[in-house]
Ligand binder design. Structure first.
Ligand code: NAD
Length: 471
């Protein structure tokens, strides 16, 4: 059991003012694996005040010293990477086959890149008679989702520390344990008190209070588009900077010139990893009409080889959904797909044979029209919409026919052809012929997928104010 009774505020584990606690369940067997405190408004205020007190010294700490703290955290996380991965498998349900490399090693890699980027804060540019300085934006509040928990937290924390900001963090209620472990590691590297503060509790209470707080200068929110709109409205009256990283319904455009087998297999793997609980998941596969039947065969064959089950089993590809709520959402969408006239290519009920746990087997939907709700709304489950297209112009139009614009992918006969198609898609990322995720490249959405960027230089810019001094 991972039991936490304190919140990490001002460099110490403190007794919360909030009286409540909440349980953390293992979605694989529904057993309680931990307990965390539920903070209240006084806890948020205490954490913001601590971050405010710490800000002047931290923001004036030489950039290379802030970089050294980031390096120390890289070293600690590296030592504890297996423990962190095991914890995330337990609270999220992501199988051990993927969890360490995707949920822990990737974020460590991203964190490391900010050791050097911290030094760029010292850069002063000359514009005529003006010297232009980069300064930390101030006290930042982070609200995070449950699906890539450490990744989301590091994607905000690393640039904030590099810039010289102080932070208050609220993890999701479903997967908070990684944040408590991270707080312990931060405590052990001796980060100055108040630079990092952790307050857990329900989004509608704690997240809302952080968004409204007049002494928070910047809010970085990752989560659903609906909650992102709510926090923006709450934050608006204090004119703080708001960085939103929201949902997606990303297309994989398979060009007629593509190696169909490679492209379809890539797309099926992409949506099924983490049981489709990935903001960038390629949930809409756009397929040339004349090869539509062939693509269905390849997809069915690929899915047949994916084992659903215990995330601790190294052979497991799909673990459980993160929560009962998420499982019910996905099941409702499977029913809706059938009501809308989509055709099921897989046994969607295989997950029901488990006695315990929130299991959903992979779902392939054929005969999907892009205007159906299952093709327009984010399902956040292992559900692939297979959509035929007539010609290239229609394929691009379908790719862009979405309220979202987070990610996308193109598979074509050459990278040059794929890039030409990718430039026509309105999304913040585009993966060409299976290109890998890059922790130094900017990440973020167009349209209702958000308004900010994380990772790399652009991720740092979210935490920077610009000052011009004229002489
Ligand atoms: P969610 O919106 O329900 O919750 C996200 C966070 O916001 C949680 O910490 C929650 O407690 C908090 N919250 C909820 N309502 C709030 C409110 N009214 N005020 C303040 N805080 C509130 O999302 P989720 O179910 O945890 O995560 C899944 C969503 O996150 C999906 O839509 C997914 O696409 C998105 N996501 C986006 C990215 C990205 O980088 N764009 C990455 C991961 C997940």
């Amino acid at each position: 059991m991972h039991n936490y009774s304190g919140l990490f505020i001002d460099g110490a584990w403190v007794h919360p003012s909030g009286q409540g606690t909440s349980m953390v369940l293992n979605p694989a067997d529904e057993q309680v694996i931990g307990q965390i405190p539920s903070g209240d408004l006084a806890d948020v205020d205490r954490a913001v005040k601590a971050a405010r007190r710490a800000f002047p010294d931290w923001s004036r700490t030489p950039a290379h010293e802030r970089g050294a703290y980031i390096q120390a955290l890289v070293d600690k996380l590296t030592i504890h990477r297996e423990k962190m991965a095991a914890l995330i498998t337990q609270e999220l349900g992501m199988p051990v086959q993927w969890c360490q490399s995707i949920q822990v090693d990737g974020p460590i890699n991203g964190l490391h890149s900010y050791v050097a980027l911290a030094e760029s804060m010292d850069h002063v540019s000359q514009v005529g008679n003006a010297q232009v300085y980069r300064e930390a934006i101030g006290v930042c509040a982070f609200i995070n989702p449950w699906n890539y928990p450490l990744h989301q937290l590091i994607g905000k924390l690393a640039p904030a520390l590099a810039a010289g900001c102080t932070v208050v963090v609220k993890p999701s209620q479903e997967t908070p344990l990684h944040a408590f472990l991270l707080a312990e590691l931060i405590e052990s590297i001796g980060l100055p008190p108040g630079v990092f503060n952790l307050v857990s509790g329900p989004g509608a209470l704690i997240g809302e209070a952080m968004a409204r707080h007049p002494d928070v200068d910047m809010l970085s929110f990752t989560g659903s588009t609906g909650a992102g709109i709510n926090v923006s409205q709450s934050a608006a009256h204090t004119v703080k900077r708001i960085c939103l990283e929201l949902g997606g319904k990303s297309p994989l455009l398979i060009a007629p010139s593509a190696d169909l087998e490679q492209a379809v297999r890539y797309g099926v793997n992409d949506i099924m990893i983490n049981s489709g609980q990935t903001c960038t998941a390629l949930s809409r596969m756009l397929i040339p009409r004349e090869r539509y039947a062939e693509a269905q065969e390849i997809a069915m064959h690929e899915v047949a080889g994916m084992r659903l089950g215990d995330p601790q089993d190294p052979e497991t590809f799909l673990g459980p959904m993160c929560s009962a709520r998420q499982l019910h959402t996905v099941r409702d969408y499977i029913q809706l797909a059938q009501d809308e006239g989509a055709r099921l290519l897989t046994d969607v009920d295989a997950g029901r044979s488990f006695d315990r746990g929130y299991y959903q087997s992979p779902v392939l939907l054929a005969d999907v029209d892009n205007r159906m709700r299952v093709a327009q709304e984010e399902i956040f489950g292992p559900v692939l919409c297979m959509i035929p297209y007539r010609d290239e112009a229609q394929a691009v139009a379908l790719a862009n026919d979405s309220p979202f614009g987070l990610s996308s992918a193109v598979w074509a006969g050459s990278t040059t052809e794929a890039a030409a198609l990718g430039r026509q898609i309105r999304a913040g990322q585009c993966f060409l012929n299976g290109g890998a995720f890059n922790y130094q490249a900017p990440f973020g959405g167009y349209k209702e997928s958000g308004n900010g960027r994380e990772w790399g230089e652009q991720g740092l810019a979210e935490f920077v104010e610009i000052k011009a001094m004229m002489s």
